[in-house]
Design a protein around this ligand. Structure first.
Ligand code: ZN
Length: 246
């Protein structure tokens, strides 16, 4: 851990009152959720198609049992808990330092840690809807279906198929969430980007709306925007944020 950089980050946080955090898969992997895009996942040949194909709208429509086989194993991970990064961000919001978390993750861990303003660009596994009658189902219902070995979760009211409220490949992002994200980014005085290499749409384009004072990148590996940042910390997001006092 580079203590000089932690000190600098602390000074930036102290000097900011409208921080926005933009987080990617790395925030969740530290809670034990595998990144399905990782090399490990791709070459773990239990599936006949790459993750991006299975998690597409077309594939969901054509092959729901195979979609859910992958989804239940790689995405719906039971017993996960918020880590130090989620907790510190919730604390920053509670103390009036942070205005929003924008996340590409779909696990609901920010809310579980206590964050209120969470903009979920790719939806949430904890919200699910019957495609026939629209009835809502929470994450617990989906875990029950998974535990019972159901191949395609069904609505308990009409028997229709249930679809997770997550943005699949080929599907558009929620325009309201995008607009709110643009608003928060353009009004932020500090932007902390964590756990993402910034290659996944729409991350790269969205952060261009940031016009504030401090741009900080915290990621285990180098990212596409390293050159523009005021501070780059190549380390675990949880370990870095847990050292910041608010
Ligand atoms: Zn239904």
């Amino acid at each position: 851990m580079d203590l000089e950089k932690i000190k600098k980050l602390q000074e930036m946080v102290n000097d900011s009152n409208r921080i926005v955090f933009f987080g990617g898969a790395g925030v969740s992997t530290e809670s034990g959720i595998p990144d399905f895009r990782s090399v490990d996942g791709l070459y773990n040949q239990k599936y006949d198609y790459p993750p991006e194909t299975i998690l597409s709208h077309t594939f969901y429509m054509r092959n729901k049992p195979e979609f859910y086989r992958f989804y239940n194993e790689k995405i719906m991970i039971d017993g996960i808990e918020p880590n130090a990064a989620h907790k510190k961000l919730a604390e920053m919001e509670a103390k009036g330092k942070l205005s929003a978390v924008i996340t590409q993750n779909i696990d609901g861990l920010h809310q579980k840690a206590g964050s209120k303003k969470v903009l979920e660009l790719h939806g949430s596994t904890l919200r699910n809807y019957c495609v026939e009658c629209g009835k809502f189902f929470d994450g617990a219902y989906m875990f029950e279906q998974k535990a019972a070995g159901v191949t395609v979760p069904k609505c308990d009211a009409c028997g229709g198929d249930i679809k997770p409220d997550v943005v699949l490949y080929e599907e558009g992002l929620d325009q309201n969430i995008l607009q709110e994200s643009v608003y928060e980014l353009s009004h932020a005085d500090m932007l902390i980007i964590g756990g993402t290499s910034l290659v996944v749409y729409p991350a790269a384009g969205l952060i261009d709306y940031f016009r504030g004072k401090y741009l900080v990148l915290i990621n285990k590996s180098a990212t596409a925007r390293d050159t523009r940042a005021d501070l780059v910390i190549t380390d675990s997001i949880g370990e870095v944020l847990s050292q910041i006092e608010v």
